[in-house]
Design a protein around this ligand. Structure first.
Ligand code: ARG
Length: 456
């Protein structure tokens, strides 16, 4: 116990269990030790602990770290309130009295924020790596499918033809924004919390610059009160996971649709599908569904944290201890989902000939026909109306664009000529796109080149 002095009784068993966070913050063992070593070195520098004591402390902490990594030290969760007390207790067992000097000028309030900052640094790098890896997978598939035509949708109704490459590249864009969100987060954790104490610093002349640079921060935080109350970085991280998962969930939803018999656009490998316990013929896209499903939990984690924070007076309140469970949960869901998504896509096969015939003659090129009229000088509203009438007439006769003859077009408007029929050809629809950012295969090729260069 770190605080027994003023108490007559120890906490009740269930109260202790209820308040312990060790089960969760055990994941911060390495970071806690890293912070403690920097703190001890600083205490030595300002003359609070001797060189010999410093060596005992750092030796003991190093041992705890390696014992933990090798599974030789695993603190009893029923005995300790958190990882900080478990480590301090173990240090006493290993080196005796000198351990009692380590916590000088430090509170678990600044200690825990420091630990999480150090953990987040690695979590950000890992998240970024996994997103990038998925971007590369998407770009790989896109490279092979620049001319793979497929319907583009709005309202889940066929709208205009696009390519598979173009569709997947939309996700590459989203994922780039996801990475930028993590990059922003990196900037918000660049100041060292260590030395903020419980809420108001210390009368001991702690050298915060020293611990700050030891731990790789830019500078110490300016306001101790804010330092120990702040969990914005958790909200930012959880929100980065929220938006990142939201993108994965949309992609999952598309994979689910695409893999249905009706759509028949993607075939998932057996390795990333599951069967039914009852229906022998079934092959289900469960992994995509689970990514979609877990997204709900990640949304919930953000909301749980925001709700926990919303009415907390400054500064530290024990409510904040609930942060780590949410943080780790969202992080592991996110990075696992990214990995699964990447492998699921890599091992899937796309039915690349599926749509050419389907699209041939449907009304997906109605806008192109209207734009042809615009280029002949017809105001767009009129062109829209003319083509709308063509579609209506064809529909009445149960026909489509492939049944169109020049005579039929001329009957509606004499401006039409042979050339107009060309813009109803699905095979060349993408090549006819003129605007930057469209699915024109030449532009898509350039975009792929851009990403390959950027993600090098
Ligand atoms: N376990 C706490 C947390 O994770 C840190 C301990 C602070 N406890 C305290 N009584 N001040 O937030």
């Amino acid at each position: 116990m770190l605080w027994g002095g003023r108490f007559k009784d120890s906490p009740a068993g269930n109260a202790f269990k209820f308040s312990s966070s060790l089960e969760i913050d055990i994941n911060l063992t390495s970071e806690d030790i890293e912070g403690s070593i920097a703190h001890a070195e600083m205490l030595n520098k300002i003359g609070i602990i001797s060189q010999e004591e410093l060596e005992q402390i750092t030796g003991g902490l190093d041992q705890i770290k390696s014992d933990w990594k090798e599974g030789k030290w695993n603190p009893d969760q029923s005995k300790f309130e958190d990882i900080h007390s478990a480590i301090e207790n173990r240090l006493f067992e290993l080196i005796g009295k000198a351990a009692g000097k380590l916590h000088t000028g430090r509170s678990r309030n600044d200690q825990i924020v420091t630990d999480i900052y150090l953990w987040l640094r690695k979590a950000i790098v890992l998240s970024d790596d996994k997103i990038k890896n998925l971007q590369l997978t998407l770009i790989d598939i896109a490279s092979d499918n620049i001319d793979t035509i497929m319907p583009g949708y709005t309202h889940l109704q066929r709208a205009q033809p696009i390519s598979l490459a173009y569709h997947l590249l939309a996700y590459v864009e989203m994922m780039y924004r996801d990475r930028e969100r993590f990059y922003f987060l990196k900037g918000t954790i660049s100041q060292s919390p260590l030395g903020a104490g419980a809420l108001a610093g210390s009368t001991i002349p702690l050298d915060r610059q020293f611990t700050s640079s030891k731990l790789g921060f830019v500078e110490p935080t300016r306001n101790a009160l804010d330092t120990v109350s702040n969990r914005d970085f958790i909200l930012d991280f959880l929100n980065s996971c929220v938006i990142g998962m939201l993108h994965l969930s949309r992609l999952s939803e598309e994979i689910v649709i695409w893999s249905s018999f009706e759509w028949n656009f993607i075939k998932l490998s057996d390795k990333y599908s599951t069967g039914s316990s009852l229906m022998p013929q079934k092959k289900n896209p469960d992994l995509a569904e689970l990514i979609r499903g877990k997204t709900g939990r990640v949304f919930g984690n953000y909301l749980a944290m925001a709700t926990t924070m919303k009415a907390l007076p400054l500064s530290y309140n024990r409510d904040l201890q609930e942060d780590k469970k949410l943080l780790f949960d969202s992080f592991f869901i996110f990075v696992d989902s990214l990995q699964i998504m990447s492998e699921m896509l890599k091992t899937a096969s796309f039915n690349t000939t599926r749509f050419l015939n389907e699209l041939n003659g449907d009304f997906s090129l109605a806008t192109d026909l209207a734009e042809w009229l615009v280029m002949k000088g017809i105001p767009f509203r009129d062109a829209h109306f003319i083509v709308g009438r063509i579609v209506k007439k064809l529909e009445e006769k149960n026909k489509n664009f492939s049944d169109i003859s020049l005579d039929f077009l001329k009957e509606i408007d004499p401006i039409f000529d042979e050339d107009a029929l060309q813009c109803l050809k699905i095979e060349t629809a993408l090549q006819r796109k003129k605007t930057y950012g469209s699915p024109n295969p030449e532009m898509v090729k350039d975009t792929i080149g851009f990403w390959k260069e950027k993600l090098k």
